[in-house]
Design a protein around this ligand. Structure first.
Ligand code: N01
Length: 532
């Protein structure tokens, strides 16, 4: 069978792929979106674990490019649950009639740039070939799951699940002994739900994390109406704030306040939704003093909530707060007051292997019927590195990035030697440090404008210059090194996965500043790019 011809191939039908498709279709381009799942949704299709929710306020966790579309949807809760977000993305696909251009149950395995005709040749696991002038990754930052290579996984006699690849049917934990490995956002959301059914629940914890109170609640009609009425304000936050979302802030360093005022502020945050622990004092990510004040506040809260002092002590985090993704949860610390919920620190008692009836640690074996891997993702670069992506002269992305985190991009959007290839929320863009739909809309709009420029000028290719790439990398590194972020082992740095090269690959300067930089590049006729 010959290759199917399109103007653009987009990989993934999550938020990114759906909006990119809509934009390019409006531009009159032929587009094929290739999606591995049998439905739209991306990460929200796969992450069906109990309690899965988004930690951005729901009224910001949607598209704002169309006022009409925005006003047709009402969120039920302050923090939308996975089923509700999936329903929203299906609603978007239906409203914009996107499905006819999406090919489901198909995974891109290879994509290579053909010098002869300046097109991308894309191959899939269904043995199909597509050719397109433009190739766009909408694969997201957190889509390739990390299952640590524990020995013995295949001999375990019970059930095993990863939070990021959860079955469609409900998993029944009733009367079962459950081990959860991992206490990031996924584990923290899933455990209190699992604890409601399980006979025993044991968390195997490598690092204690900071978990703030989510304070989720249903949105009443009045709040829903206000969200609709405030469309312009919500859209404005996408453009004018560092996180692409309106968050509570004092606008000042903690050290400008008295000890009583600091506590009052943090009490307010804890009562109203503790994601704002990361924004109440804007220097929390750069000032050790502020960081310590906020971190100590959470440790004190843990002591207040957890009745057993030894357990509370075990749950005390000690890295700089916010340098790993801040977690919000409901009943997480409270859950440890129940007799059937336990935590085992892996610090001096690491996992040795999975055995037939449980998990063997250095000092003991925890017997169980179910193992839940809440062990996260090969974040930021994992999905891109999984595809055999080859640019000019057969250079692979693995070669370019030296097998991992030595990431080199221009603006987190494009790469030298990979003409007409774009990454939506790629490494070295603000991505995961923002409200994702805000970052996605900005990237898609920019890519669409860029493609418009190439097309209207009768050009064949646009490609990042090496110098521009190097200087962008330095700008990203300098900014990151002025913060506390690189000092912590996290998925931001790739250090969540043993043996991965370490590198901080996120632009920390804020979405508002980043947008200005991208706009300026475009205004200057795509400064830093070459054309053919
Ligand atoms: O993954 P994680 P996640 N042995 O990487 C542990 C987004 N998200 O799926 O901290 C033992 O955060 C690991 O330990 P350590 C959000 O951006 C959002 O929970 O590396 N343990 C950690 O405890 C989030 O940050 C929402 O020492 C091992 C856990 O597994 C991101 O997705 C909901 C291990 C992994 O935590 C990822 O969250 C869910 C090993 N070998 C996800 N390897 C919301 O919007 C890893 N761990 C709320």
């Amino acid at each position: 069978m010959g290759a199917k011809q399109y103007d653009a191939v987009v990989i993934g039908a999550g938020f990114s792929g759906l909006y990119m498709l809509n934009k390019l279709r409006e531009r009159g381009l032929s587009v094929r979106v290739i999606e591995a799942a049998d439905g739209v949704g991306g990460v929200w299709y796969w992450s069906r674990y109990p309690g899965a929710k988004c930690d951005s306020d729901s009224i910001f966790y949607n598209f704002t490019f169309s006022e009409e579309l925005y006003k047709k949807w009402r969120w039920k809760d302050r923090y939308a649950s996975q089923p509700e977000i999936l329903e929203y993305l299906n609603f978007v696909a239906d409203e914009l009639e996107l499905r006819s251009d999406i090919q489901f149950k198909t995974r891109v395995t290879e994509a290579s740039f053909q010098e002869e005709d300046k097109t991308w040749k894309v191959t899939t696991d269904t043995n199909e070939t597509f050719e397109a002038k433009y190739l766009i990754s909408g694969m997201g930052c957190l889509s390739t799951t990390n299952i640590p290579p524990f020995e013995g996984v295949s001999i375990f006699q019970g059930e095993q699940y990863h939070t990021g690849r959860w079955p469609h049917d409900k998993v029944d934990f009733t009367g079962k002994r459950v081990v959860v490995i991992g206490n990031g956002s996924s584990g923290v959301q899933a455990m209190p739900e699992i604890a409601k059914e399980a006979k025993e629940l044991t968390l195997l914890m490598r690092t204690p994390h900071y978990v703030g109170e989510a304070r989720n609640h249903p949105l009443g009609k009045e709040q829903q109406d206000a969200a609709i009425a405030n469309y312009k304000e919500i859209r404005d936050a996408f453009f004018t704030t560092p996180g692409g979302i309106r968050m509570f802030t004092t606008g000042k360093s903690a050290i400008e306040f008295s000890v009583e005022q600091q506590k009052e502020t943090l009490d307010y945050v804890w009562k109203t939704g503790a994601l704002a622990l990361g924004s109440a004092f804007p220097d929390v990510g750069v000032s050790k003093e502020t960081n310590d004040i906020v971190a100590q506040y959470v440790r004190d809260k843990i002591d207040e909530i957890v009745e057993q002092p030894e357990t509370a002590e075990q749950l005390h985090p000690d890295y700089f707060i916010t340098t790993k993704r801040l977690i919000i949860g409901t009943n997480f610390y409270e859950m440890f007051n129940e007799d059937h919920v336990h935590v085992v620190s892996l610090k001096d008692n690491p996992i040795e292997r999975v055995v037939e009836n449980g998990v063997k640690l250095h000092n003991e074996t925890i017997e169980c019927d179910v193992i839940v891997y809440a062990t996260g993702y090969e974040a930021m670069t994992g999905s891109l590195l999984k595809i055999n992506l080859q640019g000019r002269n057969g250079q692979t992305i693995q070669e370019k990035w030296e097998e991992g985190r030595n990431v080199s991009t221009y603006l987190g959007l494009t790469m030298e030697n990979f003409p007409n290839f774009f990454m939506i929320t790629g490494p070295q863009s603000p991505s995961v440090l923002t409200n994702m739909p805000s970052a996605i809309e900005q990237h898609v709009d920019w890519i669409d404008q860029c493609i418009g420029y190439v097309e209207s000028n009768g050009l064949q290719t646009i490609e990042a210059q090496k110098d521009a790439e190097l200087s962008w990398g330095k700008q990203c590194d300098d900014l990151a090194n002025s913060t506390l972020f690189p000092q912590t082992n996290s998925w931001y740095t790739g250090a969540n996965i043993d043996g991965t090269q370490r590198g901080f690959v996120i632009y920390v300067g804020g979405l508002d500043s980043y947008r200005k930089i991208c706009d300026q590049v475009a205004e200057r006729q795509y400064e830093g790019f070459t054309f053919e």
